[in-house]
Design a protein around this ligand. Sequence first.
Ligand SMILES: *Cc1c(COP(=O)(O)O)cnc(C)c1O
Length: 222
Amino acid sequence: MDIKSNLQKVLSDLPESVHLVAVSKFHPKEALMEAYNAGQRIFGESKVQEMTEKQEALPKDIQWHFIGHLQTNKIKYMAPYVAMIHGVDSYKLLTEINKQAEKCNRVIPCLLQIHIAQEETKFGFSFEECTEMLEKEDWKNLSHISLQGVMGMASNTDDMEQVRHEFKSLHEYFLKIKQSYFSDNDAFRHISMGMSHDYPIALEEGATLVRVGSKIFGERVY
Ligand SMILES: *Cc1c(COP(=O)(O)O)cnc(C)c1O
């Protein structure tokens, strides 16, 4: 398994404006260091404790993106250092992130996770729930979070037209809320979508961040 050449292959597929989140969950620190030494600086993790252990041990110029499902009581552990939280799917979570960020005197970039897949099990706001939250405007008083875009996971299917349709729906929704709520906010610009098996489609459908794991680090052993 040559992490460096896998990484370079993925990077060569990305236009300059798109950033790669190298999803390193379940992989050992040595694997992350191989990617780091090949130039990668953004890493994605899905468990707070695992991410924090890696953050403490690895170089401090790594940007840690939390891509997992959020639990309110764990936010405080990552608040001091996390570079972006992709999986915000309730107003309650936003307020908790805001509270912990304030204690650290930070502003934490967040993405709104939208449920675009057909599977019931995936997390995220429905389009309606997200619009409802934005419409209430309470979030505008949260001065220690910065809403920077949307995140979604497509259905786990071989039907690539279905996947494309879901990515398209996320892009359209992004444009809609950008216009309605963030037209004067340049920071609201991210669409985080696409994983190892579907990132080429996500790129065609307007992703600005792709989250790629197994294609770089190999299969995960749980
Ligand atoms: C694990 C994970 C990924 C990466 O998946 P791969 O198929 O290994 O590329 C991307 N996004 C999220 C939210 C994940 O949990």
